[in-house]
Design a protein around this ligand. Structure first.
Ligand code: DAK
Length: 269
């Protein structure tokens, strides 16, 4: 497996696990970290053997403690724009990874930490996790699409309350408002994330990828256009052996074994 400076990537049972590791700064997102993250995301996206992706933070304290405040402190407007474009592009690449993705949020997820967690499909949080968008307290606004993804996930009023006030919320509250899908004891976090990943990996990798494309693209469309798009994507399921295998197994009262042979390149995946 390729080596990185700030990340570890493992692949086991078709599950790729990406761990961000910058212990000196609680995994804060410097330009160097975000630049390397883009490479990691591109590399893992291209791994046909990786059917599900888990992203977590190294250590027992932080998932990602946000953008690197010490670096941002001395930025000029041009550097701010460059940092913003880089971050926004990388999070867009995360959101549109072909595989289903799970953020296993192990601790502080502040500012860019909440924003990066929101770019993954599903969030499971340790009961120790803390979320928030503290940017207005630092004289900036969320810059990695937090003003866009947070209201889409928790609604306009709740997002405005969190962003205007820079308040932190604990995992239980994040669950209550729909920011995370599950809260588990810290020691169970990775087992829970892997169990969910295994459950997803037992389904057709192609069907799951196509479902992700239909959800992500469809949410950007009006309902009717989304329905038309879904019909097209539904048809693509029949171009792949996963569909015949899944239905053969049902008809023959057998267990389906999917080979994950990818769809032809160029199709949504
Ligand atoms: N940046 C840089 N260093 C950080 C950091 C961060 N965000 N968070 C922690 N560190 C460093 C600390 O400075 C400290 O380093 P030393 O002093 O030992 O050298 C070390 O990590 C350990 O942190 P603490 O000593 O503070 O640890 P505590 O347990 O006492 O506190 C904490 C943990 C997470 C509550 C605290 O570190 C903290 O409040 N951190 C800052 C959290 C925060 O405000 N994050 C939001 C940052 S703003 C943009 C895109 C995105 C963003 C901005 C612009 N554009 C596109 C332009 C994002 C902005 C943000 O995320």
């Amino acid at each position: 497996m390729k080596q990185y400076e700030f990340f570890r990537v493992t692949l086991e049972d078709h599950i790729a696990t990406i761990t961000i590791s910058r212990p000196k700064a609680l995994n804060a997102l410097s330009t160097a970290v975000v630049t390397e993250l883009e490479t990691v995301i591109e590399d893992v996206s291209a791994m046909d053997d990786a059917w599900v992706v888990i992203f977590t933070g190294d250590g027992d304290k932080a998932f990602v403690a946000g953008g690197d405040i010490k670096e941002m402190y001395t930025m000029n407007p041009d550097q701010g724009v460059a940092y913003s474009k880089l971050g926004t592009r990388v999070l867009y690449k995360i959101e549109n990874m072909p595989q289903p993705t799970i953020a296993a949020v192990n601790g502080f997820a502040l500012g860019g930490g909440t924003e990066i967690a929101m770019a993954f499909d599903i969030r499971i949080a340790s009961s120790k996790a803390v979320f928030g968008q503290p940017e207005t307290g630092l004289g900036i606004i969320p810059g990695f699409a937090g003003t866009q993804r947070l209201p889409r996930l928790v609604g306009k009023g709740m997002a405005k309350m969190l962003i205007y006030s820079s308040m932190r919320i604990k995992a239980d509250e994040a669950y209550r408002i729909g920011l995370v899908q599950k809260v588990v004891p810290p020691e169970d976090l990775m087992d829970e994330a892997r169990a969910l990943a295994k459950q997803i990996a037992s389904c057709s990798p192609n069907a799951v990828r196509l479902a992700k494309a239909a959800i992500n693209q469809g949410l950007e469309m009006d309902l009717w256009s989304g329905n038309v798009y879904e019909s097209h994507v539904f048809g693509l399921c029949f171009t792949n052996s996963d569909q015949t295998e899944g239905m053969r197994a049902f008809v023959e009262k057998d267990k389906a074994v999917f080979n994950g042979k990818p769809l032809p390149k160029g199709e949504p995946q």
